[in-house]
Design a protein around this ligand. Structure first.
Ligand SMILES: *Cc1c(COP(=O)(O)O)cnc(C)c1O
Length: 456
């Protein structure tokens, strides 16, 4: 090893502002539409469920937004996060590429999600909100928000999909330890839950039902608001803390990445690491490739259509312009990781449409194979989502070897897999398979939607 293995910043280097890419996008995002009238909705339509500060951030065109001191103080518990040079992984791959990764698994809940959970809890508290509600599937988001609400003295109700509630007790216990109430969804607390239970008392639940329950609670109670862990513009902006730190760390390493790679669910960790590098492309004429990696079983960017669709499965949100597989899309159950969301966030969708970012789909077995290789070389066991980025890094590193070029690769290791070992268990036991979405499945799904297709 010749250079630093781990590039650390000090607490005073934690950025003082988040980066808002809406200031630099060549084409602005299209407006959200009211599903009834088809007319653009104003930000005030979101007021019953989100606090004003976050609604303002959602539509802001200011390039940088100040991070409140109270939020920076909490960030100091685990930020700045380390940036590593993956020497042992490079050696294993026998590649001339130089591979760097930003590690977000050092946060209290083990992923990048607290980067937005903390400011969301802060702004709600500042506006007098008493309680938040949210949904969680595997539990990454629910645990991050539990930690954040606990810090600011907010109550939290987490609607956890019934099957996960029964099968993943450790994530639930994390949330309980941080003081949140975890409710198996469907529940009898809401009309939406009661309706499902009346039909099917043993319903396993779904993320769609859990969202409906959480939103219903927030809409009906003045002291209660709702919180979302991905997709929305303000969430992506909070996550840019990752890339803003990484830009400084790559400078210390004396390198400019040729490619920046991140796994892609709704877009928050991808945006988090990529947007501050994309800013250099947009404002300083640099040419850094930013690649979002999605699962081949849920390929919204590479196979989806750019059109208006609902953000949730049930159809409660405004219509959003995004790459989507259809809000009625149900990812195959064989898929072990997260990244199951049917659409891409509005900003990422516009950037992709304008060819400013790239996307690639990878197969599940290649992901776990990559994750195990990485764990053997670097020691960290990646979250199943993060293995998608690693599979793409391996492809890039192989290409660098074929071309004989010392390519510089940076990727986001957005979380550790300590609470996902059952997915690794399924992989080792040979229970996981690859899955492609067929053209027939895709068109059938989109035909059913009935929401307007955007003319290109
Ligand atoms: C939630 C989550 C994701 C997917 O969400 P994005 O908004 O696309 O980042 C990916 N990785 C981990 C570890 C997560 O917890």
């Amino acid at each position: 090893m010749t250079g630093l293995n781990k590039i650390l910043l000090s607490e005073k280097d934690i950025p003082e502002e988040w980066y808002n890419i809406q200031a630099d996008m060549p084409k602005p995002c299209l407006p959200a539409l009211h599903p009834g009238t088809g007319k653009p909705i104003g930000p005030e339509a979101l007021a019953p469920i989100f606090p004003e500060a976050l609604i303002n951030q959602e539509v802001s065109k200011e390039g940088f937004i100040r991070i409140p001191e109270e939020v920076r103080d909490v960030y100091k518990l685990w930020r700045p996060t380390p940036l590593y040079r993956a020497y042992f992984f490079e050696r294993l791959l026998d590649t001339p590429a130089r591979v760097y990764y930003k590690y977000e698994g050092v946060s209290p809940s083990g992923s990048h999600k607290p980067n937005t959970a903390v400011p969301q809890a802060y702004y709600n508290k500042a506006e007098g909100v008493k309680r938040l509600t949210t949904e969680t599937g595997a539990g990454q988001w629910g645990s991050a928000l539990s930690f954040a609400c606990q810090h600011f003295g907010l109550g939290l109700e987490v609607y956890m999909v019934r099957v996960s509630y029964d099968q993943k007790p450790y994530r639930k216990l994390l949330m309980n330890t941080w003081g949140a109430e975890v409710i198996a969804s469907p529940s009898d607390r809401t009309e939406s839950g009661k309706r499902v239970l009346a039909r099917d008392p043993d319903s396993p639940g779904s993320l769609g039902i859990a969202i409906s329950e959480a939103v219903e609670r927030a809409a009906k109670d003045d002291d209660t608001k709702y919180s979302l862990g991905s997709v929305l513009n303000h969430v992506l902006m909070h996550q840019t803390i990752i890339g803003l730190e990484a830009v400084k760390q790559m400078e210390i390493a004396g390198e400019i990445p040729d490619v920046v790679i991140a796994p892609f669910g709704g877009g928050s960790n991808f945006a988090g690491i990529a947007f501050p590098f994309l800013r250099l492309n947009l404002t300083q004429g640099m040419n850094i490739r930013c690649i979002a990696i999605e699962p081949a079983s849920c390929p919204k960017l590479t196979k989806g259509e750019f059109r208006y669709d609902f953000g949730d499965t049930v159809g409660l949100t405004p219509l959003l312009p995004m790459y989507t597989l259809g809000h009625n899309f149900i990812p195959p159950p064989i898929h072990a990781g997260g990244l199951r969301y049917h659409g891409a966030g509005v900003i990422v969708s516009q950037l992709y449409k304008d060819n400013l970012i790239e996307a690639r789909a990878v197969q599940q077995l290649a992901c776990f194979e990559a994750g195990v290789l990485f764990a053997k070389a670097e020691g960290i066991i990646p979250a199943p989502e993060a293995t998608h980025a690693i599979a793409a890094v391996i492809e890039e590193a192989k290409r660098a070897k074929e071309e004989g070029k010392p390519k510089i690769i940076l990727f986001n290791l957005c979380g550790h897999g300590h609470f996902d070992m059952s997915a690794y268990d399924a992989y080792f036991a040979g229970k996981l398979t690859n899955h492609y979405l067929t053209e027939e499945e895709l068109t059938a799904n989109l035909r059913e939607l009935g929401t307007p297709v955007i003319n290109l």
